[in-house]
Ligand binder design. Structure first.
Ligand code: GAP
Length: 539
């Protein structure tokens, strides 16, 4: 992971936000190569899911043909949106503070083990996850018991690594005996408290009282639900259809971590797919499988991906089924996976919430939540968001299937998956170590580099001419600096799939060398065919 982060910085994929001021935790900037990679990824999603969708065909596994359309909503929406969606009351994590270190941790991220040395016993905790957690605990215990390195075997460990919160509340570790991850004495961690993850802001110059609070959206989905009727009334779409949106979301994560994986500002690519309640199960299965295939088609290694259906206990109260597409990120311990995308069967929860008001589940049914005065806790819009099917002559509230993906997490997964270190022969046939990003050509920031072998004998002129022709079709670069081996190496690190080299032979027979990043094959191609050939390979 360290090497991937270092490449991302060195080659201008991802920088820490506001780095010259020391950086801002949980915020990331995309540099010249990174912005191209992320745009390509979003463009692939938009093209494959929305713009390029063929509504006349029945896709494999789909119950019927369906339509797709797009939307772009604001980041700040009417505060009532978040009250009805449940985010205002429920979108929180549990956190604990440390009195001594003044640090804040996510309660569910703290884990530890009982350790004793002579007559002292303590529950040592860490917020490190994955394989490094155990070694981190040893270091913390050594410090607490004031031992030298050669004495660490004297520490007696009891039991396995367990969450501070315990498997059940009754099993939570007593706070007085827990040593905080950055504390020198036990008993400095507070009881867990709720922390709403929505960023707050205020609208207008006279901001002041609590009621003018507004929120940065924590998901793009709600903008789609509240525009459901607008889309229906203004376009010709009929159920079943989906609305796709790509945009920024914000969550005030307590402990952003693992590079861009858990950020405070990130982008989502979400589809809300509206269908007849009776068909919803089949549509859920269709979307789960379709989204799984999408990652594979763009080159993620199948063995590092996992499709995980949630257990009943893990489901949100409105959900009738959720599956996560997860990736074995290198910062996780062996056997652990991180979520790339969730595909959820949300029933009619969202449209009903925005009609009636905030809903809760009671005796298996979703009902309007009321306050002590018997009035709705959060009032809905009162607008009718039901749908009249003019073929079956039925009126119903459509059910929703939601494939919700994170663009930043997908970029990170594709970067991690593409990163390889291998050895290739240099110009003299000697092995040379190289770092290469084996990105799918659709994702690669640059599709080709045009390299004159030397800066003379008419080669640059021919190369520049080819560069200008190719640039009209795809992002590419012209590079004449350094040995050709070094230039190949630079392109390999940037993930450029093809290099076109103009050499002495070009000047006699009008062919160039086309080098393939992955197979390292070098074929001679007539210069006049290069643009069409690469355009075809890209497609
Ligand atoms: N509308 C449903 C929804 O927002 P979610 O599972 O909370 O569901 C969907 O988020 C996706 O958004 C996740 O699978 C992940 O890829 C991305 N995501 C969520 N929180 C994120 C964060 N803090 N940083 C980066 N990506 C995040």
């Amino acid at each position: 992971m360290d090497r991937i982060v270092s490449l991302a910085k060195r080659r201008g994929f991802i920088f820490q936000s506001s780095e010259i001021y020391g950086g801002l935790n949980g915020f990331w900037d995309y540099g010249p190569l990174g912005v191209a990679l992320k745009r390509n990824l979003k463009e692939c999603w938009w093209q494959d899911m929305v713009a390029g969708h063929d509504e006349l065909a029945t896709l494999s596994g789909a119950p019927s043909p369906y339509e797709m359309t797009g939307l772009n909503c604001t980041i700040i929406m009417h505060p009532q949106v978040w009250k009805c969606s449940g985010h205002f009351d429920l979108f929180h994590d549990w956190m604990v503070d440390c009195h001594e270190s003044k640090k804040r941790y996510r309660y569910d991220h703290l884990q530890g083990r009982w350790a004793s040395h002579r007559d002292k016993k303590v529950f040592v905790t860490t917020d490190v996850s994955g394989d490094d957690a155990l070694s981190d605990l040893v270091g913390k215990a050594q410090k607490f018991f004031k031992l030298r390195a050669k004495q660490i075997d004297e520490i007696v460990w009891e039991g396995e690594l367990v969450p501070l919160a315990g498997a059940t509340p009754a099993e939570a570790i007593p706070r007085a005996e827990a040593l905080g991850p950055d504390a020198t004495e036990p008993g400095t961690l507070t009881e867990p408290r709720e922390f709403n993850l929505m960023f707050e802001t205020r609208i207008g110059a006279l901001a002041g009282d609590a009621d003018d609070r507004a929120f940065l959206r924590p998901e793009t989905a709600q903008g789609i639900f509240v525009n459901f009727k607008n889309v229906l009334d203004t376009s010709r779409v009929r159920v079943p259809f989906g609305i796709g949106q790509i945009g920024k979301s914000f969550r005030n994560e307590i402990t952003p971590r693992n590079f861009t994986f858990r950020s405070r500002e990130f982008e989502q690519m979400e589809i809300e797919f509206f269908c007849r309640p009776d068909d919803s199960r089949s549509w859920y299965q269709f979307w789960r499988d379709r989204r799984w295939r999408w990652y594979l088609d763009l080159g993620l290694t199948e063995g590092r991906l996992q499709l995980r259906e949630h257990e009943a206990a893990e489901l949100a109260h409105y959900s009738r089924g959720t599956a996560d597409i997860e990736y074995a990120f290198p910062f996780l311990a062996d056997g652990e996976y991180g979520e790339l995308e969730g595909i959820a069967h949300r029933g009619d929860f969202d449209l009903r919430s925005h009609m009636e008001g905030k809903l809760v589940r009671r005796d298996g049914e979703l009902v309007l939540e009321t306050g002590p005065d018997g009035k709705p806790r959060h009032r809905g819009s009162g607008r009718d968001l039901s749908y009249f099917d003019d073929v079956s002559r039925e009126r119903y509230v459509p059910h929703v299937i939601e494939p919700s993906a994170g663009a930043d997490r997908a970029v990170l997964a594709f970067l991690c998956d593409a990163y390889r270190e291998d050895s290739v022969p240099d110009e003299k046939g000697n092995p040379r170590e190289r770092t290469v990003l084996k990105l799918h050509p659709r994702l690669a920031p640059l599709k080709a580099a045009i390299l004159p072998l030397v800066k003379k004998d008419g080669m640059p002129e021919v190369a520049i001419d080819l560069y200008r022709n190719l640039k009209k079709r795809m992002p590419c670069m012209y590079d004449e600096k350094g040995s050709v081996g070094r230039r190949y190496a630079r392109q390999d690190e940037a993930g450029t799939p093809w290099c076109l080299t103009i050499d002495g032979q070009t000047m006699t027979d009008n062919t160039v060398t086309l080098r393939d990043r992955d197979s390292l094959s070098q074929e001679r191609v007539p210069i006049a065919e290069c643009v069409d050939l690469l355009t075809e390979r890209l497609q």
